[in-house]
Design a protein around this ligand. Structure first.
Ligand SMILES: NC(=O)c1ccc[n+]([C@@H]2O[C@H](COP(=O)([O-])OP(=O)(O)OC[C@H]3O[C@@H](n4cnc5c(N)ncnc54)[C@H](OP(=O)(O)O)[C@@H]3O)[C@@H](O)[C@H]2O)c1
Length: 442
């Protein structure tokens, strides 16, 4: 029986509890599709689950993570509308297809097993086919939680209108996704951050209209009022929690919405603001947002795809245990890595080159990043070198443009070959077979 690598938390007192298991590859049921996972994106929630600080129950031995993008490799006989090779994602809860969340029970990577594995069988009704676009699997994976949540925040109650103003707190995944969606929808966006460098970056790269450093402007709620000439903002993407809620209400317009999303900061009970009175005095709506439904995620996918909005994937990691833990630590730290790389948006595991002809096929990349393929990698090295790839210090096989820190990169000749011939994929696959590089092709 064929097996695949599945990661589970054997304990949740930190990241050491993450362990790899070899388990049978699932088979697509009648109404299911079997998906080969190509990219997994991390959220702060995954860190909170590992540390047992997540405020919702989690199952024992959970397979973590909720966000993946992959490719259909098997279609159940009644899974209408899907074909082998379709690129897909699925929402964080397979039970939240439309309307509000009704429980926490079905969230992947929490009370239900998640996506940190090589294959997953998904119910066809909770699987979203991705449109043709330039987005990589990593970008699509990074849209799952943040896209659904941001879309729900901006459109779930009173739909955002062009010309309205949105305040997003911090430069994390949810906030940056909301920034990108709101800007593309014609809104004015104000963003806060602890870092001037990050603010500069989001201004130049994502077109934020106004930036506020919340450390140097501790009264940022008043600053938002100043920027908006006393109007306040129509929607606050409140990812931070009780530590910022008072200022978020200060920043919102009369009758506006504070979308309560996150729980990053807290205050002692005796310092808790009187949220009821503050909201009442503004005639505002304090609205909890629990991720997004499948329908909302589909809307976000359609918007992203048709407008070619590029998701902020900051850094990619391999799919072995050490690299996954490194990725979780990176999310936990929220710090810059290196001098000019900022932790903006989401981190993705085992990024793929997508189907862009200038990138090599993912399977090839993945085979360098799984613990199972450590040995075959050495066998393959001479073949690779013969083909013009050269070894660098870290990362994965990829083109220089795509992954400057790659372990293997293509020289310009091979790169041109890959660009001009989509059949590169097939020849590489053939090349790999004799050395049993990967059983994933089977
Ligand atoms: N309700 C839901 O469905 C839902 C969905 C997704 C996420 N969440 C929650 O939302 C929160 C954010 O998630 P994420 O994935 O976007 O996290 P993330 O990528 O880890 O981003 C966190 C960012 O928050 C910012 N931040 C921290 N403290 C802040 C403060 N006092 N004021 C303003 N910004 C602050 C920081 O930005 P700077 O570095 O720029 O300062 C940090 O980068 C988490 O609590 C997460 O669990 C909830």
């Amino acid at each position: 029986m064929s097996t695949h690598t599945v990661y589970r938390f054997t304990s949740r007192n930190g990241f050491d509890g993450l362990q790899a298991f070899q388990e049978p590859i699932p088979v697509a049921g009648k109404y299911e599709v079997l998906v080969k996972v190509r990219s997994v994106a991390l959220n702060y929630r995954d860190v909170a689950i590992a540390n047992s600080t997540y405020p919702v129950p989690v199952k024992d031995l959970v397979i973590p993570c909720s966000d993946m993008a992959g490719e259909v490799v098997q279609v159940g006989e009644l899974a209408d509308g899907f074909s082998i090779g379709d690129r897909v994602i699925s929402p964080v809860s397979h039970a939240m297809l439309y309307g509000p969340a009704k429980d926490h029970i079905n969230t992947l990577g929490g009370l239900k097993d998640g996506v940190l594995r090589e294959y997953i069988a998904l119910p066809a009704h909770a699987t979203i086919k991705l449109p043709k676009s330039s987005h990589s699997f990593a970008q699509w994976a990074s849209l799952v939680t943040t896209g659904g949540t941001a879309w729900n925040s901006l459109y779930g109650l009173v739909p955002l209108k062009p010309g309205q103003t949105v305040l997003v707190l911090g430069t994390g995944g949810v906030s940056l996704t909301a920034l990108i969606l709101a800007k593309a929808a014609g809104a004015t966006v104000i963003i806060t951050s602890s870092s001037d460098d990050k603010l500069e970056h989001v201004k130049s790269k994502y077109g934020a209209d106004y930036t506020i450093n919340y450390n140097t402007h501790p009264n940022w709620g008043a600053e938002v009022q100043r920027i908006t000439n006393g109007q306040g903002v129509d929607n606050v993407i409140e990812i931070s929690g009780t530590g910022t809620i008072e200022k978020s209400i200060e920043a919102v317009a009369w009758g506006g919405i504070v979308s309560v999303i996150g729980f990053l900061t807290t205050v002692p009970k005796e310092e808790m603001p009187d949220v009821t009175l503050l909201t009442l005095l503004k005639g505002a709506t304090l609205r909890a947002v629990l991720s997004g439904s499948k329908q909302q995620l589909e809307d976000a996918v359609a918007f992203m795809g048709s407008r070619e909005l590029q998701m902020p994937v900051d850094k990619t990691f391999g799919f072995n245990r050490d690299e996954i833990i490194e990725a979780l630590k990176y999310v936990e730290s929220g710090k810059h890595i290196g001098k000019d790389i900022q932790r903006l948006g989401q981190e993705c595991l085992f990024d793929d080159p997508g189907d862009d002809p200038q990138h090599l096929p993912f399977d090839f990349t993945q085979s360098f990043n799984t613990s199972r393929s450590r040995r075959p990698r050495n066998h393959l090295k001479p073949v690779l070198e013969q083909q013009g790839a050269f070894e660098t210090t870290q990362g994965v096989l990829n083109t220089p443009e795509r992954c400057p820190g790659a372990r293997y990169q293509l020289n310009s000749q091979t790169h041109r070959y890959a660009q001009s011939m989509r059949s590169m994929k097939d020849s590489l696959v053939d090349m790999c077979r004799p050395v049993q590089l990967s059983s994933f092709y089977e």
